[in-house]
Design a protein around this ligand. Structure first.
Ligand SMILES: Cc1cc2nc3c(=O)[nH]c(=O)nc-3n(C[C@H](O)[C@H](O)[C@H](O)COP(=O)(O)O)c2cc1C
Length: 198
């Protein structure tokens, strides 16, 4: 039996239909609003138990986009990074407290760390430790394709950004990593969840 199938049957055995998800939020303005909206919708639709874990900069960006209170209210378990091991998400993942670990949106910084085996922040460390015990990690990196893209600022204005080749290379490195699934769109998370709920 594959690790994923084993974990899935573990969920079935519990007879627990509410999937428990640790959701890492990094400091990316790009897609942050879309992510929060998506988290709210998917939680409702699939009766999910989602605990958001923001990186330190994730919390800064949530504040900047006036989304922090909304996340805290919608997800009362919300936690923020104090160090790579506090809160102790790595251990909770290793002890099987969560069925899935999703990082969305993922900054170029967090992607680069995971791609190069650096585990000195809450979310890069938790991803590394989760992969070591076969807890599936799903990541949505904001930098997916080299070239110009448009992001939306908190006041609704658009800003053009150049996605660098170096950052896309790091995203591609994650695609080859065992235990890690790179999502091309945020919507793909719905497919992941419905598959795990089966
Ligand atoms: C308002 C704001 C928006 C940001 N948007 C992005 C972004 O879209 N993509 C990105 O890679 N970094 C973005 N950053 C920079 C990251 O927050 C920064 O690299 C930080 O160190 C990432 O830390 P983390 O990966 O631990 O969350 C933004 C920063 C701020 C303040």
């Amino acid at each position: 039996m594959s690790i994923e199938a084993g974990l899935r049957s573990e969920v079935d055995r519990k007879g627990d239909t509410s999937l428990k998800i640790a959701w890492g939020i990094t400091g990316s303005g790009d897609r942050i609003e879309e992510t929060v909206e998506f988290m709210e919708q998917i939680k409702e639709r699939y009766n999910l138990d989602i605990v958001p874990y923001a990186s330190k900069e994730g919390e800064v960006v949530l504040k900047f986009y006036k989304l922090l209170n909304r996340v805290k209210e919608g997800f009362p378990g919300y936690k923020v990074e104090r160090s790579s091991n506090a809160p102790f998400l790595a251990a909770k993942l290793q002890m099987g407290e969560y069925d899935l670990f999703i990082i969305c949106p993922a900054t170029a910084n967090t992607v680069a760390k995971i791609a190069h085996g650096i585990a000195d922040s809450l979310l890069s460390n938790s991803a590394a430790q989760a992969m070591k015990v076969g807890v599936p990690v799903y990541i949505y990196p904001v930098d997916q394709k080299v070239g110009e893209m448009t992001t939306i600022l908190p006041d609704g204005r658009e800003m053009k950004l150049k996605i660098r080749e170096e950052d896309v290379k790091n995203t591609d490195a994650l695609r080859d990593m065992e235990g890690m699934t790179v999502l091309n769109t945020i919507d793909e998370i719905e497919g992941v969840v419905s598959e795990w709920k089966k």
